[in-house]
Design a protein around this ligand. Structure first.
Ligand code: FES
Length: 158
């Protein structure tokens, strides 16, 4: 990941113009480069391509895959769909939030190592409650299993 800079952003915009790609793919390329969609990047796209900021923000907020804030090195998605909610998903996210010093259980830890997100149904309800840690699904989570998962991720080099 690079820190936001206009040189890289202009390269992405030029490549996008040549390919005549969609707005979603442009935003995806920006996020892949900087790790999220910096506000300055969207403002620059607005200026250079004359695309209304409101349109850029509506796409960025419509798709769950886009992030408007910098993300931690590890993303923990805690499912709060019906099955996971019934089986204690709220308790897991509250516990993780406390462990990482996050006021309202969501967001990015001060050390930049973790981002916690609430999600709705990860498609494996029979394993509720479910936590997705980066690309891995962890089912039938308990407080102990969650604490161990956090411990393992804290030690990882990611
Ligand atoms: S409700 Fe959590 S995986 Fe479906």
């Amino acid at each position: 990941m690079e820190s936001f800079n206009k040189t890289s952003l202009n390269t992405i915009i030029q490549a996008h113009k040549k390919q005549n790609g969609s707005l979603v793919s442009l935003l995806q390329d920006i996020q892949d480069t900087f790790g999220y969609l910096p506000r300055e990047a969207l403002q620059h796209v607005n200026t250079v391509l004359d695309i209304p900021l409101s349109k850029l923000f509506s796409i960025a907020t419509f798709y769950n895959a886009f992030n408007l804030e910098p993300q931690g090195k590890n993303t923990l998605s805690v499912c709060l769909g019906t099955a996971c909610h019934v089986k204690g998903g709220e308790n897991l996210i509250a516990m993780m939030g406390r462990a990482l010093g996050l006021d309202n259980s969501e967001g990015t830890s001060a050390d930049g190592k973790f981002t916690i997100k609430k999600v709705r149904c990860l498609g494996c309800c029979s394993m509720a409650p479910v936590v997705k840690a980066n690309d891995d699904i962890h089912g039938s989570m308990t407080q102990t299993k969650t604490a161990n998962l956090l411990k393992k991720l804290k030690k990882s080099k990611r």
